[in-house]
Design a protein around this ligand. Structure first.
Ligand code: HEM
Length: 282
């Protein structure tokens, strides 16, 4: 075997890692999720409380989250109650804005679309990007099934499960290996996004639609009614926001230029020692 030359000691080959379908759908749902999040918070603000179960009544409180404003001896305050525990969230939730012009809304205007109260526009924006997301996911599943991305990079195998603790330790120590394929942790987190989070958020969204309930009544049984579906929808949104934050931190730590290049042009610079294959660039 020949000795590696100086160039390949410093860096591995440039590999074509992301197909045009992966890239197009990735940026489509990144844009969709931005608009869905902000218009979703506008819709949530119309009734800033979440419930579990199908019962209701004046003496009955099955809320798991409630955001609002209350009058106190010191003046109005924003309050958030989560699973029965109440927190003062003045300035962020329930009451925001300036002392001269306070806003008594669930989430502040800075994180809603539109920024002022407009449920109708919020719903139009939400449903438009919701269906665009569904279309992008459909294209992603079809293309990834046909071009092998699903089997090769997303579906975790036995070796990925057994390699997970070591990969998690490497990530925790900021030791990133830039391989031809995703690492076990990447595979498992992307698998969870595609097979748990995205399907759950779409199905619970459909469960809240009276038209869809008429066509598919089993949705209501599956999620325990519209209110519980709304709570799950909100919970999955929170998990997607957490995923997004960790995703961006990982992209920044792993080398943002190389990572971004792979999601824009498809080409990815691998770590030194990666064996070259046909079609790679030096
Ligand atoms: C809501 C926003 C986002 C979501 C839900 C999301 C989700 C994902 C998923 C599921 C993948 C795997 C795709 C596949 O292999 O088919 C991926 C890959 C990737 N994403 Fe995102 N993404 C988001 C935003 C972003 C943003 C803003 C950036 C850039 C700053 C970014 C950079 C990347 C890169 C570089 C990859 C390549 C895979 C890797 O090396 O780990 N993503 N993203």
């Amino acid at each position: 075997m020949s000795e590696p030359d100086e160039h390949s000691k410093k860096q591995g080959p440039l590999v074509y890692r992301q197909s045009v379908w992966t890239r197009l759908t990735h940026w489509t749902w990144a844009i969709c999720l931005f608009f869905l999040l902000l218009s979703g918070l506008q819709i949530f603000n119309a009734h800033p409380a979440l419930y579990v179960g199908q019962q209701s009544g004046f003496e009955f409180d099955n809320s798991v989250l409630r955001i609002g404003a209350v009058n106190t001896p010191e003046g109005p305050r924003g309050q958030t109650t989560v699973f029965g525990r109440t927190f003062d969230t003045t300035g962020v939730l329930g009451m925001s804005g300036t002392a001269e012009a306070p806003q008594y809304v669930g989430f502040p205007p800075a994180v809603t679309i539109p920024s002022f109260r407009d449920l109708a526009t919020g719903r139009v924006v939400h449903f438009f990007f919701g269906w665009l997301l569904v279309a992008a996911l459909f294209v992603w599943f079809l293309a990834s099934f046909i071009n092998g991305h699903l089997r090769r990079d997303i579906l975790p195998r036995g070796a990925d499960i057994s390699g997970l603790p070591r990969d998690a330790m490497d990530h925790a120590r900021f030791r990133f290996h830039h391989g031809r394929q995703y690492s076990p942790l990447q595979k498992i987190s992307y698998f969870s996004v595609f097979f748990i989070l995205f399907p759950l958020i779409v199905l619970t969204g459909l469960t809240m639609s009276p038209g869809m309930d008429a066509a598919f009544p089993w949705l209501l049984d599956l999620f325990g009614g519209r209110q519980t579906a709304r709570t799950i929808h909100f919970g999955v949104m929170t998990l997607l926001v957490l995923f997004f934050v960790v995703h961006i931190i990982m992209v920044l730590l792993a080398g943002p230029l190389n990572e971004l290049r792979s999601m824009v042009t498809g080409w990815y610079r691998t770590s030194p020692g990666t064996p070259p294959e046909a079609g790679d660039k030096p």
